[in-house]
Design a protein around this ligand. Sequence first.
Ligand SMILES: [Zn+2]
Length: 468
Amino acid sequence: MKQYIRILSFITLLLTSLGSFAQSQGDGWNCFAVLAGKATTIDNSVLLAHNEDDSGEQMINIYNVPANKEKGTNKYIWVEFPGMAVADGFLNEYGVAVVSDACNSREDREDFTDVGVLYQVRESVAKYAKSARHAVEIIGKIVTEKGYTGSGRTYVVADCNQGWVCSVVKGRHWIAQRVPDDMVMSIPNYYTIGEIDLSDTSNFLGSPDIISYAQERGWYNPEKDGKFIFKKVYSNPGTYSSYRNAFRHISAMNYITGENYTLNPDTYPFALKPNRKLGLDDMIQILSSHGENIPDNLIKERKTDSHNECICNDRTVCAAIFQLRNYIPVEIGAVMWATAASPCIEAFIPWYSGMTQSPDGFTRFSSAELAQERHFSDSKEKQKNYPNGIAWKFVNRLEWVLEDYPARIGKISATKNKIQKELFDNQQKFEEKIIKLFNSGSASSYKQIQAMLNKYTERCYNNYFKEF
Ligand SMILES: [Zn+2]
């Protein structure tokens, strides 16, 4: 009940204390990401957490795409939403994970080669990247060569050692910044990179003309504006001043540092030092939050009852936490904990990067190749055409909870928390078994490892649906 009251409070806050903040078309409240450097986490993992928010009929599929030696592509796990151009998430065999948040830019000119590039950006990361930095280089190269067709977007990429934030602008401009190991970055749907230094190539990569182009366009005048601040110069002004973005951002930053931030994104640092070490539970807290961390002085009245406009909301179709560890083999060191639907309703189930086969119901086609061919061409009336998808179990539960959220969330939440705890408790024992097999070093044990990883995820889901 307390949580529900906080939801009410948060929504009301959005509606009532807007100040100079605008609610504009396209200001964006789709997706949220958090990236914690490896020195900020309890187990020294890089943690990348992400909520994917989309409207309309969405059907989650998760494929294990095999490597293709002839084409030189990696093996990877592909979280697919049929028909969607910018919703899919990936984790490849090198432990490289990529997600993204829409970030509207102020660019109103088109500059593309052929049809430009959109969907292919992160698919290329999954297929070819061998590290997070390599992923950024791939994104930069594609955007520069082909031109990005969306208004703007920020890709968050991570591997078992480090994380990067890579913001692209419609056309051929982009900028990327490394997240320091001892810091945590969070991002709603606006650019967050501030001051840049392209001569510091261990921390920045980007278009060489990112500043001069802004000057040419009249977006930046060094004499009047002072230092070049990417987020201020390149953001769509409506997006940058959206209360929906700032409130979600504040909610995460407050949770990470315990400090209070005001409604002014100019003052938010790119990344923050957390006030304690963070773990998977903390990422779940952030992704499933309904405004709990908004300071009381910003919450004025309680009027509405929508489970919306928070980090976790009615449109959250998938949440994932990539736990990326460099001190055990990447096959188990890189794991995607994923929910289908809202993270306040569903537990996160592990998918190891070394696995080769998805459990039944997660793939609407028999091969990933066929799914890739038909990703856009076969995306209508999915529930009618593909009724056996496991996705509908999650969709149905979400719809049922939302019919009467206050009455139903309590029991649901208690059950999913209990299951989540068991899943976390079982992790170490399971991984120890796998590490023993790795240490034996034989080729046959590698096959056995893959089979065990496949079986583990399958068993987790079977148990989940038995209990839940
Ligand atoms: Zn929720």
